[in-house]
Design a protein around this ligand. Structure first.
Ligand code: XMP
Length: 333
């Protein structure tokens, strides 16, 4: 709209002025904030921006292709896709402790990003390479990192983010979304031409499926989980609540599937099965600090359960998580 158009023009001018003729790299995750930051910066400086998209093998079904289609295919931005799934899965082999898993994923992410930045620099011999690191930091992140949260005595979960990366890389920071709230970031994303589905997507944790596969992470588990989760999300999008006219995807703040590495007995046709279990998780919340489990319609749960069990060989039981936060957290690890 009109006002957002003005905002974009101003933001573009500011980015051009700050960057000049230098180069920028940005870690693209496919999440709302980094996507909107990438689209805005690309609008401002085009090919002076290089996005680095690290695929850690713990993304959702087709997520990597979708990110590439959008940013490389439609926006014609420079994107380096790094398939690091073997590295991540290799380092995670045999590790079951949730905090240890989070730390490994966070550390590898920084390592991979740093080595890609170095490669890009080497490839542009003669030029200085990137001198800016762009991040999709938004206003609530700015308050959070300086505020009460860091004083908390107990760490419930060590969050995976790329804090400290600019210093380690010796780069200047470019954070064009620093003054915006989430809603404003979404509006900006739509105004920049990003699809609504991308801009209104539920949050996805940095460690990805790594914290949704309980205990040891294996490729086999991730593959099963990806397919089950895609069915859940598809049905949430398709199931429209009559009263509000909204889909159950839009009526929930976050919804996903969790892989439980235990087997239970089932019967299919005239055969016995002995396969894995998944849990569906769907919550409603305004701030993610507390959350209620969502009262999804039984018909929706029934359909999701039938489809997962029929379509994903290897899973023969589906459960629904009826725990609120607190005392449970939203993610299981
Ligand atoms: P919990 O599980 O603590 O999650 O109730 C609250 C919100 O934070 C998300 N989450 C993360 N986001 N990196 C992120 O960027 C992380 O390491 C991480 N861990 C949890 C979670 O998905 C929920 O939205």
């Amino acid at each position: 709209d009109w006002i957002m158009g003005d905002y974009i023009e101003e933001a573009v001018a500011k980015i051009r002025e700050q960057v000049g003729d230098e180069e920028v790299i940005l870690g693209l995750s496919g999440g709302v904030d980094s996507s909107v930051a990438a689209a805005l910066i690309h609008r401002a400086i085009g090919d002076q921006l290089t996005c680095v998209f690290v695929d850690h093998g713990l993304l959702r079904l087709n997520e990597g292709d979708m990110v590439m289609d959008m940013f490389e295919g439609k926006l014609h931005a420079k994107v380096v896709r790094v398939d690091a799934s073997e590295l991540f899965l290799g380092e995670l082999a045999g590790v079951t402790d949730p905090e240890q898993k989070r730390k490994i994923i966070g550390r590898l992410f920084v390592d991979v990003f740093k080595s890609e930045a170095a490669k890009l620099k080497a490839a542009t011999a003669g030029s200085k390479g990137a001198t800016f690191l762009a991040q999709g930091t938004i206003y609530p992140d700015v308050i959070e990192s300086g505020g009460a949260k860091s004083k908390k005595a107990v760490t419930i979960k060590s969050h995976h983010n790329v804090g400290g990366l600019p210093e380690q890389l010796g780069l200047k920071l470019l954070e064009p979304l620093r003054d915006l709230f989430k809603d404003e970031v979404r509006e900006l994303g739509v105004a920049l031409g990003l699809p609504r589905g991308m801009v209104y997507r539920h949050p996805f944790p940095g460690p990805g499926l790594g914290v949704r596969i309980l205990g040891e992470v294996k490729k086999e588990y991730a593959d099963l989980l990806r397919r089950a989760d895609a069915i859940f999300i598809e049905e949430l999008n398709n199931w429209i609540d009559e009263k509000s006219g909204k889909s159950w995807y839009d009526l929930t703040s976050q919804a996903f599937t969790v892989f439980l590495p235990v087997k239970s007995v089932g019967v299919m046709g005239d055969g016995r099965t002995y396969d894995y279990v998944v849990a569906l998780r769907a919550v409603q919340t305004s701030d993610f600090m507390t959350a209620d489990w969502a009262e999804l319609p039984y018909g929706l749960l029934k359909r999701v359960s039938n489809r997962i069990i029929n379509e994903v060989r290897g899973i023969n039981r589906v459960t629904y998580d009826v725990s609120s936060k607190p005392p449970a957290t939203i993610e299981w690890e």
